[in-house]
Design a protein around this ligand. Structure first.
Ligand code: F6P
Length: 365
Protein backbone atom coordinates (compact mmCIF):
# COMPACT_ATOMS: atom_id res chain seq x y z
CA UNK A 1 0.00 0.00 0.00
CA UNK A 2 1.32 3.50 -0.88
CA UNK A 3 2.47 5.58 2.08
CA UNK A 4 0.01 8.39 2.95
CA UNK A 5 1.46 11.83 2.29
CA UNK A 6 2.14 13.98 5.34
CA UNK A 7 -0.24 16.95 5.43
CA UNK A 8 -0.02 18.72 8.75
CA UNK A 9 2.71 19.33 11.32
CA UNK A 10 3.16 21.32 14.52
CA UNK A 11 6.27 23.10 15.76
CA UNK A 12 7.17 24.09 19.30
CA UNK A 13 10.05 25.69 21.21
CA UNK A 14 10.77 24.32 24.69
CA UNK A 15 13.17 25.11 27.52
CA UNK A 16 15.07 28.37 27.93
CA UNK A 17 14.97 30.71 24.95
CA UNK A 18 18.08 31.27 22.88
CA UNK A 19 19.17 33.24 19.81
CA UNK A 20 18.29 31.40 16.60
CA UNK A 21 14.94 29.91 17.67
CA UNK A 22 13.07 32.20 15.28
CA UNK A 23 15.44 31.26 12.46
CA UNK A 24 14.49 27.57 12.98
CA UNK A 25 10.76 28.36 13.17
CA UNK A 26 11.12 30.33 9.93
CA UNK A 27 12.98 27.52 8.14
CA UNK A 28 10.54 24.86 9.38
CA UNK A 29 7.44 26.85 8.44
CA UNK A 30 8.66 28.16 5.10
CA UNK A 31 10.07 24.78 3.96
CA UNK A 32 6.87 23.03 5.04
CA UNK A 33 4.55 25.49 3.27
CA UNK A 34 6.68 26.58 0.32
CA UNK A 35 8.17 23.27 -0.70
CA UNK A 36 5.77 20.64 0.64
CA UNK A 37 2.39 22.43 0.87
CA UNK A 38 1.90 21.30 4.48
CA UNK A 39 -0.32 22.92 7.08
CA UNK A 40 1.73 24.23 10.00
CA UNK A 41 0.60 24.77 13.58
CA UNK A 42 2.58 26.60 16.28
CA UNK A 43 2.36 25.42 19.87
CA UNK A 44 2.61 28.39 22.22
CA UNK A 45 4.86 28.62 25.28
CA UNK A 46 6.45 25.18 24.98
CA UNK A 47 5.01 22.21 26.83
CA UNK A 48 2.86 24.53 28.97
CA UNK A 49 0.89 25.70 25.92
CA UNK A 50 0.79 22.10 24.65
CA UNK A 51 -0.80 20.97 27.92
CA UNK A 52 -3.18 23.96 27.90
CA UNK A 53 -4.23 23.36 24.26
CA UNK A 54 -2.86 26.69 23.00
CA UNK A 55 -2.02 25.85 19.40
CA UNK A 56 -2.48 28.27 16.50
CA UNK A 57 -2.03 28.08 12.70
CA UNK A 58 1.35 29.39 11.49
CA UNK A 59 1.18 30.96 8.06
CA UNK A 60 4.06 31.73 5.72
CA UNK A 61 3.88 35.47 6.41
CA UNK A 62 3.89 34.91 10.20
CA UNK A 63 7.52 33.91 9.86
CA UNK A 64 8.69 36.86 7.75
CA UNK A 65 11.13 39.34 9.29
CA UNK A 66 12.08 37.10 12.21
CA UNK A 67 15.43 35.69 11.04
CA UNK A 68 17.46 38.29 12.91
CA UNK A 69 15.23 38.54 15.98
CA UNK A 70 16.24 36.89 19.28
CA UNK A 71 13.77 34.91 21.41
CA UNK A 72 10.88 32.91 19.95
CA UNK A 73 7.65 34.17 18.37
CA UNK A 74 5.97 31.03 19.77
CA UNK A 75 6.99 31.71 23.36
CA UNK A 76 8.58 29.03 25.52
CA UNK A 77 8.64 27.63 29.03
CA UNK A 78 11.21 25.65 30.97
CA UNK A 79 9.02 24.80 33.91
CA UNK A 80 6.55 22.25 32.48
CA UNK A 81 6.84 18.54 31.89
CA UNK A 82 3.73 16.85 30.38
CA UNK A 83 4.75 13.53 31.93
CA UNK A 84 5.03 15.03 35.42
CA UNK A 85 2.75 18.04 35.65
CA UNK A 86 1.40 19.47 38.93
CA UNK A 87 -2.41 19.15 39.02
CA UNK A 88 -4.46 20.60 41.90
CA UNK A 89 -7.19 18.39 43.31
CA UNK A 90 -8.85 20.16 46.23
CA UNK A 91 -6.09 21.29 48.55
CA UNK A 92 -3.61 18.77 47.25
CA UNK A 93 -1.24 19.11 44.31
CA UNK A 94 -0.30 15.86 42.60
CA UNK A 95 2.20 15.21 39.81
CA UNK A 96 0.29 13.67 36.87
CA UNK A 97 1.02 12.41 33.38
CA UNK A 98 -1.04 14.74 31.15
CA UNK A 99 0.57 13.70 27.85
CA UNK A 100 -2.77 12.21 26.66
CA UNK A 101 -4.42 15.63 26.53
CA UNK A 102 -1.49 16.95 24.47
CA UNK A 103 -1.90 14.17 21.90
CA UNK A 104 -5.66 14.84 21.81
CA UNK A 105 -5.02 18.54 21.11
CA UNK A 106 -2.93 17.56 18.07
CA UNK A 107 -5.32 14.93 16.70
CA UNK A 108 -8.29 17.34 17.00
CA UNK A 109 -6.44 19.61 14.56
CA UNK A 110 -5.33 16.81 12.27
CA UNK A 111 -1.66 17.27 13.20
CA UNK A 112 0.34 14.16 12.29
CA UNK A 113 3.89 15.04 13.39
CA UNK A 114 5.85 17.41 15.61
CA UNK A 115 9.07 19.41 15.24
CA UNK A 116 10.34 19.96 18.73
CA UNK A 117 13.06 22.61 19.18
CA UNK A 118 14.76 22.37 22.55
CA UNK A 119 17.52 21.20 24.86
CA UNK A 120 17.87 17.99 26.86
CA UNK A 121 14.78 18.48 29.08
CA UNK A 122 12.64 19.15 26.01
CA UNK A 123 14.14 16.16 24.16
CA UNK A 124 13.49 13.81 27.09
CA UNK A 125 9.75 14.58 26.84
CA UNK A 126 9.93 14.52 23.01
CA UNK A 127 11.35 10.98 23.22
CA UNK A 128 8.45 10.02 25.51
CA UNK A 129 5.92 11.39 23.00
CA UNK A 130 7.70 9.41 20.26
CA UNK A 131 7.27 6.27 22.37
CA UNK A 132 3.52 7.00 22.51
CA UNK A 133 3.41 6.94 18.70
CA UNK A 134 3.72 10.63 17.74
CA UNK A 135 6.30 11.08 14.95
CA UNK A 136 8.78 13.64 16.28
CA UNK A 137 11.91 15.31 14.93
CA UNK A 138 14.05 17.21 17.46
CA UNK A 139 16.18 20.28 16.72
CA UNK A 140 19.04 20.88 19.19
CA UNK A 141 18.90 24.25 20.88
CA UNK A 142 20.74 25.67 23.87
CA UNK A 143 23.27 28.36 24.63
CA UNK A 144 24.91 25.77 26.93
CA UNK A 145 26.05 23.55 24.00
CA UNK A 146 25.59 20.58 26.33
CA UNK A 147 23.25 18.42 24.24
CA UNK A 148 24.63 14.95 23.49
CA UNK A 149 24.77 13.67 19.92
CA UNK A 150 25.61 16.97 18.22
CA UNK A 151 28.95 18.81 17.99
CA UNK A 152 27.16 22.12 18.38
CA UNK A 153 23.77 23.59 19.23
CA UNK A 154 22.53 26.84 17.74
CA UNK A 155 22.55 29.72 20.25
CA UNK A 156 25.96 28.81 21.63
CA UNK A 157 27.92 30.97 19.20
CA UNK A 158 25.81 34.05 20.00
CA UNK A 159 26.09 33.48 23.76
CA UNK A 160 29.89 33.15 23.47
CA UNK A 161 30.02 36.38 21.47
CA UNK A 162 27.93 38.23 24.08
CA UNK A 163 30.02 36.88 26.97
CA UNK A 164 33.27 37.70 25.16
CA UNK A 165 32.14 41.29 24.57
CA UNK A 166 31.35 41.58 28.29
CA UNK A 167 34.81 40.25 29.22
CA UNK A 168 36.41 42.78 26.84
CA UNK A 169 34.56 45.61 28.63
CA UNK A 170 35.48 44.30 32.06
CA UNK A 171 39.16 44.19 31.10
CA UNK A 172 39.44 47.98 31.05
CA UNK A 173 37.76 48.55 34.40
CA UNK A 174 39.81 45.69 35.94
CA UNK A 175 43.08 47.23 34.78
CA UNK A 176 42.09 50.76 35.83
CA UNK A 177 41.18 49.67 39.38
CA UNK A 178 43.83 46.95 39.71
CA UNK A 179 41.19 44.42 40.67
CA UNK A 180 40.48 40.75 40.33
CA UNK A 181 37.29 40.68 38.24
CA UNK A 182 35.29 37.45 38.25
CA UNK A 183 32.79 36.99 35.42
CA UNK A 184 30.19 34.26 35.92
CA UNK A 185 28.66 32.80 32.77
CA UNK A 186 25.80 30.34 32.21
CA UNK A 187 26.13 26.76 31.01
CA UNK A 188 24.57 24.64 33.78
CA UNK A 189 26.74 21.57 34.40
CA UNK A 190 28.97 22.12 31.34
CA UNK A 191 31.78 24.63 30.90
CA UNK A 192 31.47 25.31 27.15
CA UNK A 193 30.54 28.99 27.40
CA UNK A 194 33.20 29.69 30.05
CA UNK A 195 35.89 27.87 28.06
CA UNK A 196 35.16 29.54 24.72
CA UNK A 197 34.36 33.06 26.02
CA UNK A 198 37.26 32.86 28.50
CA UNK A 199 39.69 31.85 25.78
CA UNK A 200 38.37 34.45 23.32
CA UNK A 201 38.37 37.18 25.97
CA UNK A 202 41.92 36.46 27.14
CA UNK A 203 40.95 35.38 30.66
CA UNK A 204 43.78 34.62 33.07
CA UNK A 205 41.82 31.93 34.91
CA UNK A 206 38.98 29.76 33.54
CA UNK A 207 36.98 27.65 35.97
CA UNK A 208 34.56 25.02 34.63
CA UNK A 209 32.43 22.30 36.28
CA UNK A 210 34.43 19.53 34.61
CA UNK A 211 37.59 20.59 36.51
CA UNK A 212 36.79 21.32 40.18
CA UNK A 213 39.16 24.10 41.23
CA UNK A 214 41.58 24.36 44.15
CA UNK A 215 41.18 27.76 45.80
CA UNK A 216 44.88 27.80 46.79
CA UNK A 217 45.96 27.40 43.17
CA UNK A 218 43.71 30.24 41.98
CA UNK A 219 44.96 32.52 44.79
CA UNK A 220 48.63 31.68 44.16
CA UNK A 221 48.14 32.40 40.47
CA UNK A 222 46.55 35.85 40.88
CA UNK A 223 49.06 36.78 43.60
CA UNK A 224 51.95 35.78 41.35
CA UNK A 225 50.50 37.94 38.59
CA UNK A 226 50.27 40.94 40.89
CA UNK A 227 53.86 40.33 42.15
CA UNK A 228 55.00 40.32 38.51
CA UNK A 229 53.45 43.77 38.05
CA UNK A 230 50.21 42.57 36.43
CA UNK A 231 47.94 44.46 38.74
CA UNK A 232 44.66 42.92 37.62
CA UNK A 233 43.30 39.49 36.78
CA UNK A 234 40.29 38.28 34.82
CA UNK A 235 38.62 35.09 36.00
CA UNK A 236 35.82 33.53 33.95
CA UNK A 237 33.79 31.00 35.90
CA UNK A 238 30.88 28.73 34.90
CA UNK A 239 27.77 28.92 37.05
CA UNK A 240 28.23 25.17 37.61
CA UNK A 241 31.87 25.34 38.74
CA UNK A 242 32.75 24.17 42.22
CA UNK A 243 35.80 23.95 44.46
CA UNK A 244 37.41 20.53 44.79
CA UNK A 245 35.50 18.72 47.55
CA UNK A 246 32.86 21.49 47.57
CA UNK A 247 29.43 22.08 46.02
CA UNK A 248 27.82 24.00 43.19
CA UNK A 249 25.94 27.11 44.28
CA UNK A 250 22.20 26.60 43.83
CA UNK A 251 20.22 29.80 43.33
CA UNK A 252 16.74 28.24 43.49
CA UNK A 253 14.70 25.11 42.85
CA UNK A 254 11.66 24.99 40.56
CA UNK A 255 9.75 21.80 41.40
CA UNK A 256 7.75 21.44 38.15
CA UNK A 257 10.73 21.98 35.86
CA UNK A 258 12.32 18.99 34.05
CA UNK A 259 15.59 20.18 35.64
CA UNK A 260 14.47 21.85 38.89
CA UNK A 261 17.88 23.26 39.86
CA UNK A 262 18.86 26.81 38.89
CA UNK A 263 22.52 27.58 39.48
CA UNK A 264 24.07 30.98 40.20
CA UNK A 265 26.26 32.87 42.63
CA UNK A 266 29.55 30.94 42.64
CA UNK A 267 31.37 34.12 41.49
CA UNK A 268 30.35 35.97 44.68
CA UNK A 269 31.66 33.12 46.82
CA UNK A 270 34.92 33.02 44.88
CA UNK A 271 35.36 36.82 45.18
CA UNK A 272 34.99 36.58 48.96
CA UNK A 273 37.32 33.57 49.18
CA UNK A 274 40.08 35.19 47.08
CA UNK A 275 39.81 38.47 48.99
CA UNK A 276 40.00 36.66 52.34
CA UNK A 277 43.06 34.64 51.28
CA UNK A 278 45.02 37.29 49.32
CA UNK A 279 43.73 40.70 50.38
CA UNK A 280 43.29 41.58 46.68
CA UNK A 281 40.31 43.73 45.74
CA UNK A 282 37.77 41.48 43.97
CA UNK A 283 34.45 42.07 42.22
CA UNK A 284 31.99 39.54 40.81
CA UNK A 285 29.77 40.08 37.75
CA UNK A 286 26.99 37.60 36.96
CA UNK A 287 26.16 37.93 33.25
CA UNK A 288 22.91 35.97 33.55
CA UNK A 289 20.16 36.12 30.96
CA UNK A 290 21.88 38.79 28.87
CA UNK A 291 23.64 35.76 27.30
CA UNK A 292 20.31 34.46 26.00
CA UNK A 293 19.22 37.66 24.27
CA UNK A 294 20.05 39.65 21.20
CA UNK A 295 20.25 38.98 17.51
CA UNK A 296 21.79 35.61 16.53
CA UNK A 297 25.22 35.60 14.91
CA UNK A 298 25.45 34.69 11.19
CA UNK A 299 26.75 31.25 12.28
CA UNK A 300 23.67 30.62 14.45
CA UNK A 301 21.28 31.94 11.78
CA UNK A 302 22.70 29.62 9.13
CA UNK A 303 22.96 26.57 11.42
CA UNK A 304 19.36 27.16 12.56
CA UNK A 305 18.19 27.43 8.95
CA UNK A 306 19.88 24.13 8.01
CA UNK A 307 18.44 22.41 11.12
CA UNK A 308 14.89 23.64 10.43
CA UNK A 309 14.99 22.62 6.80
CA UNK A 310 16.44 19.20 7.65
CA UNK A 311 13.71 18.56 10.23
CA UNK A 312 10.98 18.98 7.62
CA UNK A 313 12.81 16.94 4.97
CA UNK A 314 13.17 14.06 7.45
CA UNK A 315 9.48 14.10 8.39
CA UNK A 316 8.34 14.32 4.77
CA UNK A 317 10.53 11.37 3.82
CA UNK A 318 8.96 9.29 6.59
CA UNK A 319 11.86 9.45 9.06
CA UNK A 320 10.76 10.00 12.65
CA UNK A 321 11.91 10.10 16.25
CA UNK A 322 15.35 11.48 15.48
CA UNK A 323 17.34 14.55 16.47
CA UNK A 324 18.88 16.61 13.68
CA UNK A 325 22.58 17.07 14.52
CA UNK A 326 25.78 18.68 13.26
CA UNK A 327 28.48 16.04 13.40
CA UNK A 328 31.97 16.15 11.94
CA UNK A 329 31.21 19.14 9.73
CA UNK A 330 27.97 17.77 8.25
CA UNK A 331 24.26 17.49 8.98
CA UNK A 332 22.94 14.12 10.10
CA UNK A 333 20.53 12.72 12.66
CA UNK A 334 20.58 10.40 15.68
CA UNK A 335 17.75 8.58 17.51
CA UNK A 336 15.98 10.86 19.99
CA UNK A 337 16.17 8.14 22.61
CA UNK A 338 19.98 8.10 22.34
CA UNK A 339 20.33 11.69 23.57
CA UNK A 340 17.43 12.09 26.00
CA UNK A 341 18.66 12.89 29.49
CA UNK A 342 22.36 12.93 28.48
CA UNK A 343 24.75 15.85 28.92
CA UNK A 344 27.74 16.63 26.71
CA UNK A 345 30.53 17.85 28.99
CA UNK A 346 33.83 19.47 28.04
CA UNK A 347 36.49 16.73 27.78
CA UNK A 348 39.45 17.52 30.02
CA UNK A 349 41.81 17.07 27.07
CA UNK A 350 39.83 19.42 24.78
CA UNK A 351 42.09 21.21 22.28
CA UNK A 352 41.12 24.62 23.61
CA UNK A 353 42.02 23.62 27.18
CA UNK A 354 45.39 22.36 25.97
CA UNK A 355 46.03 25.49 23.91
CA UNK A 356 45.06 27.97 26.64
CA UNK A 357 46.98 26.02 29.29
CA UNK A 358 50.06 26.13 27.07
CA UNK A 359 49.91 29.91 26.93
CA UNK A 360 49.59 30.18 30.71
CA UNK A 361 45.87 30.21 31.48
CA UNK A 362 45.09 28.66 34.85
CA UNK A 363 42.21 26.19 35.34
CA UNK A 364 42.36 26.20 39.13
CA UNK A 365 44.60 23.14 39.38
O1 F6P B 1 19.87 26.17 29.65
C1 F6P B 1 19.96 27.53 29.40
C2 F6P B 1 20.13 28.31 30.69
O2 F6P B 1 20.26 29.68 30.36
C3 F6P B 1 21.28 27.85 31.56
O3 F6P B 1 22.53 28.27 31.11
C4 F6P B 1 20.86 28.41 32.90
O4 F6P B 1 21.42 27.65 33.94
C5 F6P B 1 19.36 28.25 32.89
O5 F6P B 1 18.98 28.16 31.52
C6 F6P B 1 18.62 29.39 33.53
O6 F6P B 1 17.26 29.09 33.55
P1 F6P B 1 16.12 30.15 33.87
O7 F6P B 1 15.83 30.91 32.60
O8 F6P B 1 14.97 29.32 34.31
O9 F6P B 1 16.63 31.06 34.94
Amino acid sequence: MAKRKLESIAVMTGGGDCPGLNAVIRAVTKTAINKHKLTVWGIQDGYLGFIENRIERLRYEDTSNILTVGGTILGTSNTSNPFRFPVKTGRKTQMRDVSGQCLKALSERGVEALVCIGGDGTMASAANFARLGLPVIGVPKTIDNDLAGTDVTFGFDTAVKTATEAIDRIHTTASSHHRVMIIEVMGRYAGWIALYAGAAGGADVILIPEIPYKLDKVCQYVLRRSQRGKRFSIIVISEGAKPRGGHMVVLKRIAASPDPIRLGGISNKLAEDINAQTGLDCRAVVLGHVQRGGTPTPYDRTLATMFGHAAIELLVSGVKNRLVVWKGGALSSVPLSSVAGKTKLVPRNHNLIRATRAIGVNFGV
